[in-house]
Design a protein around this ligand. Structure first.
Ligand code: NAP
Length: 455
């Protein structure tokens, strides 16, 4: 079956769903277009707000049930799943509350009576990943529904129960049929949907490969796209950093979601003066992680989302070592567990010629680099095809901001690992994609900035 829930902790297949056929896809596209034209675009902000606020409230009321679905489908620790549910509800509320002011008509100081209004553009198509099964779709759906667009979502094939739960949530909150549509479709059908005249724009969050395929298709059809892709975020520790705080954030930045986050801290770049002490403390902290059932609150290390994800990561570690990298700790699968557990791992001595130097490690594998000074740290941070996020640790905040300005990414966090909140813009540059989600910026991507001028 194309869409399948498999519990990554024990390999148990929970549910399977087939792709819908072309006739069903056509009827869903028709319903979405009708909903946009006849219903949703005509609703007031207050009417749309009522639906999204209700959805947020329902999500909060049922945090546990929503969270358990995440954990059984992609393996996240239950407490982190609960955090994701609350963040997703906060995103729904945020746009419910602020959309009207973000999209308020802008009166121009031109001669005559000129105003720029933001109108919806129609049916949008989102292709979304499994690593934060509700947060990713909330980021796409909430601003766009509030803007008056309707959305269709192809979620990742390993989180179908989360995909359906989110669709049912909006339905129950009062969204009309066609406002939010989940699509269990094949990759060929993804191309078909992008080609369809009723689809006005496309958003993808996922890998570079999928981004290139989807954006190329959208471009061929002269449709706008946004891409939120991978990252290999630098975590820079300068000579005046608070070492204990830096280590604490290094651990959460690398180990959160078992390392499967686009904005996870992946490359630890530490100036010589602190390098040995940082490495020792980081290693000690990573040794404390205990693999177990992610549903059990005592567990600190969750499995990766699938055996395939584990094999990819182990393959990267082997490749790194074959080209001269050294394993400081870990580097192996955790034996004695049925799930896809990876040992917390630190690699060092990764030279620029190592093919893995520019790769994203999507799991609990930290790449450790020591550099002589700040300038070398910045140069190394920027020597990456990616440009998503990054962190700088220093007790001199002005210095931190100066360094942050030199880093070629969409986000830089001073004295913390990356965080995501509804009011912080999220997105990258270079191979990490283009466009922004969240904040006031996230609602501006798919609206028509229409000039109306009276002579
Ligand atoms: P992925 O394979 O690219 O999958 C993401 C989505 O794209 C899934 O729905 C997938 O469907 C679909 N897809 C994949 N190939 C496709 C194709 N050729 N045509 C149409 N759709 C296609 O990504 P992943 O490896 O699961 O997820 C991890 C990646 O996403 C990492 O690189 C991570 O950094 C990135 N990510 C970025 C952000 C961000 O905001 N920048 C956030 C989270 C994750 P199937 O599941 O059916 O294959």
């Amino acid at each position: 079956m194309a869409y399948q829930s498999t519990n990554p902790y024990n390999g148990e297949i929970l549910k399977s769903y087939g792709d819908i056929d072309d006739a069903e896809l056509e009827s869903k596209l028709t319903a979405a277009q009708a909903c946009f034209e006849q219903v949703w675009r005509h609703k007031s902000f207050a009417e749309r707000k009522a639906v999204l606020s209700r959805a947020a409230a329902l999500m909060r009321e049922r945090t546990q049930a929503f969270a358990e679905l995440i954990t059984i489908e992609m393996g996240k620790l239950i407490a982190q799943s609960e955090g994701e549910v609350k963040l997703s509800a906060a995103i729904l509320d945020y746009y419910a509350e602020h959309a009207e002011s973000f999209l308020a008509p802008e009166k121009l100081a031109a001669k005559g009576d000129a105003v720029v209004e933001s109108s919806p553009i129609g049916v949008l198509f989102g292709v979304e990943p499994w690593n934060y099964p509700y947060y990713q779709i909330a980021r796409f759906a909430a601003p766009n529904l509030m803007a008056g667009n309707v959305v269709m979502v192809k979620h990742a094939s390993n989180v179908p129960q989360c995909a359906l739960a989110f669709e049912r949530l909006l339905e129950e909150a009062g969204a009309p049929v066609g406002a939010y549509t989940n699509l269990f479709i094949s990759k060929d059908q993804v191309a078909q949907v992008i080609d369809d005249d009723r689809i006005r724009a496309v958003a993808l969050t996922g890998s570079e490969g999928a981004g290139a395929v989807v954006a190329q298709r959208a471009g061929k059809n002269l449709k706008k796209s946004t891409l939120e892709l991978g990252g290999s975020d630098a975590f820079i520790v300068l000579d005046d950093a608070d070492l204990d705080s830096a280590v604490k954030h290094a651990v959460s930045g690398r180990m959160g979601n078992s390392g499967q986050a686009c904005t996870a801290s992946k490359r630890f770049i530490v100036v010589e003066a602190l390098a040995d002490r940082f490495l020792e403390k980081f290693q000690t902290a990573l040794q404390g992680f205990e693999a177990g059932d992610p549903m059990d609150r005592q567990t600190t290390l969750a499995p990766l989302s699938s055996v395939q994800a584990l094999e990819t990561l182990l393959g990267q570690v082997d490749e790194a070592v074959a080209h001269g990298a050294r394993i400081v700790m870990g580097g192996q699968r955790i034996e004695g567990q049925r799930g896809a557990f990876m040992q917390p791992t630190i690699l060092t001595d990764i030279e620029a010629a190592n093919p893995t130097y520019k790769q994203e490690f999507f799991g609990p594998v930290a790449l450790f680099f020591r550099v002589p000074d700040e300038a070398a740290a910045v140069a190394l941070a920027n020597d990456s095809p990616f440009g998503l996020g990054g962190s700088v640790f220093t007790q001199d905040l002005e210095r931190g901001k100066r360094v942050a300005r030199q880093i070629d990414t969409g986000m830089v966090f001073i004295n913390s690992a990356a965080v995501s909140m509804p009011d912080l813009p999220f997105g990258g540059v270079k191979n990490s994609g283009y466009g922004r989600e969240l904040s006031s910026a996230g609602i501006q991507e798919f609206v028509n900035k229409k000039l109306i001028r009276v002579a």
